[in-house]
Design a protein around this ligand. Structure first.
Ligand code: IMP
Ligand code: MG
Length: 186
């Protein structure tokens, strides 16, 4: 990742694409605190198992869990569907669920919900193991791209159907290592 301009509207170049600053660190952190508060209220007195979705959700999971004041466990699964800037239409399971979630409240942690294809794959992976309940918390949600049945319950920030990187999200595996989020310049 190369910074091509450093005015107050920073631009970055990742491989063949240019991106511009879109969501600040402050806005990201505030939206995560709001999601954490809602989860703390909704699950008061209960135990939760968070299931983070690798790779993209590692930063969101790390920041969110610090604001959770309930008894909780965290586990990760790894799935992949994206190639470059678009979904391949197929979701591959690379690392499955290793935690026992039977009769437990599960909250899936996603970086972004786009078409919802990844979510439906995750629901079937998780439902298979008879949890008490399953909900989804995602930092970002593209409602215009969503084709799934069940939209995510906890959403940090809704965005239009544009490709973004940063704060865990990648373009061709690069660009995950920023505190802010950048939007593609078309
Ligand atoms: P879905 O299956 O179409 O909902 O896509 C979900 C996955 O695709 C996310 O977990 C991300 O890993 C990836 N993804 C979707 N939109 C973007 C984006 O704008 N930038 C980077 N990755 C994305
Ligand atoms: Mg992902």
């Amino acid at each position: 990742m190369i910074f091509v301009e450093s005015t107050n509207q920073e631009k970055v170049q990742i491989k063949d694409k240019k991106f511009e600053l879109y969501i600040s660190e402050d806005e990201i952190q505030k939206s995560i605190q709001t999601v954490a508060k809602r989860i703390n209220t909704d699950y008061k007195g209960e135990e939760i198992i968070f299931v983070g979705v690798l790779n993209g959700a590692f930063m969101f999971a790390a920041d969110l869990i610090k604001d959770i004041d309930l008894e909780c466990e965290i586990s990760f699964v790894k799935v992949t569907s994206y190639k470059g800037t678009s979904s391949t239409g197929k979701v591959h399971e690379l690392i499955g669920l290793t935690t026992d979630i039977k009769d437990k409240h599960v909250v899936i942690l996603e970086d972004i919900v786009d078409s919802g294809l990844t979510l439906s794959k995750l629901y079937s992976m998780i439902d298979h193991n008879a949890p008490k309940s399953v909900q989804v918390a995602t930092l970002l949600y593209k409602p215009d791209a969503f084709k799934g049945k069940y939209p995510p319950k906890y959403v940090g920030i809704e965005i239009p159907n544009k490709f973004i990187v940063g704060y865990g999200l990648d373009y061709m595996e690069v660009g995950r290592n920023t505190r802010e989020i950048y939007k593609i310049i078309e």
